[in-house]
Design a protein around this ligand. Structure first.
Ligand SMILES: *Cc1c(COP(=O)(O)O)cnc(C)c1O
Length: 364
């Protein structure tokens, strides 16, 4: 059991379910397949997947084969979900994929070849997806690869292509012309595989309009409360609340220096709370510049973030040791913390470490 002096990460699965419904509605009713890579962005793939299954989700994405194997166990035989693996079929992974009934999203011609060979050896059809690159230049087959496959169906022998997908590089910036270019490229390529489901949009793509939604959307961060465009979205709820208790309250006199180094000179008497959280809990050290913690009804500036301690300017708010400060949650939105930390909500979520006690609300 965690002692009261530790930081706590509360995962509100009711809020997660709410966000799933918001995103499904926004997607106009096409299938929404939650992205659960990185242990569901650090929130726990098992509880998150089981709750989303209860909400009607039947397909899930993970990055690694190992994540897919674990997710299959977490879901159990009573929830026979389709689990799609974004890494596709890395060398040596075919048995693990087949053993856990995972669907690899193949990312290259050599992967297609390996999958087809495996299907021949196993003497049964293998369900696969194809990842087609439309301009992000990170993962997926080129347009030429896709055409080569479509023109010689032999290379797909033994493979049942259920899904073709691509990923947008600039979806979080609705003004970028690159998204429309990728959309046009994807429309051309998906037409080569007319039988397969098509998918282009992650969280942000869902909000770019109907043409981006195709047959299936792949929301990740917005399920967990991150705004699609890296700012808080009014219809989405915060799923993760990170809180830590006050250890001490003190007043720092003018002319004093706070913490390590000489840079933080105190100009006026400053009442601070010393809070039991730090970068060992996964908070990002850079977040002190502009980061805020919520305490006693107001957002309070963070002054320093060390490994185990945060110092927060609490003004004249009544405070005593043991009271909790919210560093992420409904009153300290993840996108604000991400902006202050010079990163994205995804990274703030996955960084929360094992030291923080996990509490789940609304488990199913
Ligand atoms: C991570 C990822 C997603 C989900 O992205 P979010 O921005 O978290 O919604 C969807 N598709 C692919 C290919 C991804 O890598």
């Amino acid at each position: 059991m965690a002692l009261p002096s530790s930081a706590r990460l509360t995962i509100d699965l009711e809020a997660l379910a709410h966000n799933y419904r918001v995103l499904t509605a926004e997607a106009g009713g096409v299938e929404a397949a939650p992205v659960l890579k990185g242990d569901a962005y650090g929130l726990g793939a098992g509880p998150v997947a089981r709750r989303l299954w209860a909400e009607g989700a039947r397909s899930f994405f993970v990055a690694r084969v190992s994540e897919g194997v674990l997710l299959r166990m977490e879901l159990g035989p009573e929830r026979p979900a389709r689990i799609l693996v974004l890494d596709g079929l890395p060398p040596g992974s075919a048995d693990a994929l087949a053993g856990a009934d995972l669907t690899p999203v193949l990312t290259s011609l050599p992967q297609v070849e390996a999958a087809s060979l495996y299907a021949a050896q196993a003497a049964r059809a293998l369900k696969v997806g194809l990842h087609l690159d439309t301009g992000m230049n990170r993962q997926g087959m080129t347009a030429a690869d896709a055409r080569a496959l479509a023109q010689s169906p032999d290379r797909l022998r033994g493979l049942d292509v259920e899904l073709v997908m691509s990923h947008l590089g600039t979806a979080t910036d609705p003004t970028s012309p690159r998204s429309a270019k990728q959309l046009a490229a994807f429309e051309r390529l998906r037409a080569l595989f007319p039988e397969a489901q098509a998918s282009l949009a992650a969280s942000a793509g869902i909000f770019l309009g109907a043409p981006y939604r195709f047959d299936l959307v792949r929301p990740g961060v917005s399920l967990y409360g991150g705004g699609p465009f890296e700012v808080t979205h009014p219809a989405l709820k915060q799923v993760a609340t990170f809180e830590a208790p006050i250890l001490d309250v003190r007043v720092i006199a003018p002319g004093e220096t706070l913490g390590y180094g000489d840079s933080l000179r105190i100009e006026t008497p400053t009442r601070v709370a010393v809070v039991a959280a730090g970068y060992a809990d996964g908070l990002i050290r850079a977040g002190k510049a502009g980061g805020k913690g919520w305490f006693a009804g107001a957002a309070r500036p963070i002054l320093i973030i060390n490994m185990d301690l945060i110092v927060l300017d609490i003004g004249d708010a009544p405070a005593r040791p043991g009271q909790m400060v919210q560093l992420m949650g409904p009153n300290a939105p993840i996108d604000d913390l991400a902006a202050a930390s010079g990163t994205v909500a995804h990274e703030c979520l996955v960084r929360i470490s094992e030291r923080a006690e996990r509490v789940y609300l609304g488990e199913s």
